[in-house]
Ligand binder design. Structure first.
Ligand code: XBP
Ligand code: MG
Length: 265
């Protein structure tokens, strides 16, 4: 992992208005559940394909499930690939249903500090948004599992999946979320776990806090504003890795506001 923080604070004097969260790897370690349900969908389609963890780590460099399946067919030439190419949409829809069912059955747990920070920010009037490559149904299932009946009222914007045609590392999904929020990037902070997500958020002009995830912990996070092991909890402090220090052992709204405060000489 390369850590050369280039930006220690928000480069602005705009008060903090919104937090924009990536989902996969950031909100929760979702990728094992994605991997398992991709494999289930392949088997259901009569394909003898198995994405093991080592292969999946490589495949994750292609963002988006449909795009990932197409890349696998084109780069790995698996048996049945030529026919399966015409069936990607249906296979992926099946995978998304299996994923949502697994999540509804408790397959995921939120990463430390996530639920706390979302609830604290909402209570403090800081708006919330999602910017993810994941399918909308997968995001909804996760939010419902973590926030129950409050899921719909907490987030002002959910930008997910094919809402933009250029997926991360293109900035489009973040630009879309900013437009829907009606806010400039300087008033928002993004949370990411991957190099490609970081590139997308930075290209949209955002301050970015990175919490490296299981599959992507070897990524380059050098342009992040701050890198921490996770968001931490008051009774379970996180580990500082690089860049700006936020709070004392956990990321909270006060720490995020301080990050965005003007630097006074
Ligand atoms: C996540 C992805 C997604 C998931 C699978 O990237 O690339 O494709 O792996 O989800 P990010 P779908 O965290 O940067 O948004 O199968 O629903 O696409
Ligand atoms: Mg991610």
């Amino acid at each position: 992992m390369l850590f050369v923080p280039q930006q220690k604070r928000c480069c602005n004097v705009t008060p903090l208005n919104a937090l924009i969260f990536d989902v996969d790897g950031t909100f929760a370690e979702t990728e094992e559940t994605h991997r398992r349900t991709f494999n289930e969908a392949f088997r259901a389609a009569g394909l003898d394909w198995n994405w093991d963890p080592a292969l999946y780590r490589d495949l994750l460099q292609t963002t988006g499930g449909k795009e990932r399946i197409l890349h696998y067919i084109e780069a790995y030439h698996p048996p049945g690939g030529d026919v399966a190419r015409d069936n990607i949409l249906a296979m992926h829809a099946d995978k998304a249903l299996r994923y949502a069912a697994a999540v509804a059955n408790g397959a995921l747990k939120p990463r430390p500090g996530m639920v706390r920070l979302v609830r604290e920010a909402h209570a403090a009037g800081v708006r919330l948004a999602i910017a993810t490559t994941s399918t909308p149904g997968s995001v909804e299932a996760m939010l419902k599992a973590f926030f129950g009946a409050d899921a719909n009222s907490l987030f002002d914007v959910i930008a997910a999946g094919d809402v933009v045609s250029n997926k991360k590392p293109a900035p489009d999904v973040y630009l879309y979320a900013l437009e829907k929020l009606g806010l400039p990037a300087s008033a928002c902070i993004a949370f990411e776990d991957s190099h490609k997500g970081l590139l997308a958020a930075r290209a949209a002009g955002l301050t970015v806090i990175v919490t490296p995830s299981f599959y992507l912990s070897a990524d380059d996070y050098s342009t992040a504003t701050s890198v921490v092991s996770d968001l931490g909890e008051p009774d379970a402090p996180n580990r500082y890795i690089a860049g700006a220090h936020i709070g004392h052992g956990y990321v909270d709204v006060a720490g995020l506001r301080a990050l965005c405060a003007p630097i006074r000489d």
